[in-house]
Design a protein around this ligand. Sequence first.
Ligand code: GLV
Length: 324
Amino acid sequence: MQRAVLISKHIYSDAVDYLRGRVRLDYHDSDEGLPAAELRARLGDKDGLICQLTDSVDAALMDAVPNVRVVSNVAVGFDNIDVGAATDRGVMVTNTPGVLTNTTADLAFALILGAGRRLGESERYLRAGRFKQWRIDLLTGWDIWGATLGVFGMGRIGQAVARRGKGFNMRVLYYDPFRQSEEVERALGIQYASKGEVFSQADFVSLHCALTPETRHLVGPAELNAMKPTAVLVNTSRGPVVDEAALAEALESGTIAAAGLDVFEREPEVHPKLLRLENALIVPHIASASVATRTRMCVMAAENMAAGLAGERPPNIVNPAVLG
Ligand code: GLV
């Protein structure tokens, strides 16, 4: 009998086409996610779930739908899924790494450039009809070329951002609990530093770590106070990595110069202060949002699902321990 899969939300059609014929589909083809109770109800007769970062998959849900064997997230991050609980229950969890690396790094660098050179603020200024004449100190910002870039988290995306930094002649410092080999450090031209050094020496700090209990509020008042008053913080990782209220305070008081944010602590809510601060360049979680990358992510999630349900090793399994 064909396996049954619930797709919790609208995805690119290439992935749906891939799955049709391979599995029996229940496709919630909507941009609105399913309320928790409906998600649980519709999973009652399913073997797999294709979900997105807006779906919370916790132990209680997994206990309610023990028939679900594969949870395939259309994202590289998987903090919306209780992976420990999944592993305990023998549920495979998969994600979509690699394909979004460069797209995400492009956006991180766009935020570095945009926040450093005050692009959001400049555009608002012009659109408001305030550009009356050229001025020597009009909307002056902070140079990117030759500045020091601090990368927090030197995984795939951190490395891709470091490469872009080298293209801008930046000195690249990084912190990661796992230090890269000398070979990688040399090839990328990056320098290992303590967490404190990254925050205190960098002109631009870019966050590229996963959200875990250890990284929740990794950037709080102490880190912000350690940063230069001319420094810029960029976050394309997960919102809760930054204490948003502390960041808003630091931006307002001039503790740091600016921030470029793609992610927020309580998405889709944004701290009200950030919404009105000119030195916050804020975009709605679009780091991997190119058509090609988002399409590929959806197809990868479908491939992971089909492999898992066919009894094969999914190409991107997050918890291989379940395979025994
Ligand atoms: C997006 O935030 C992702 O984790 O892919």
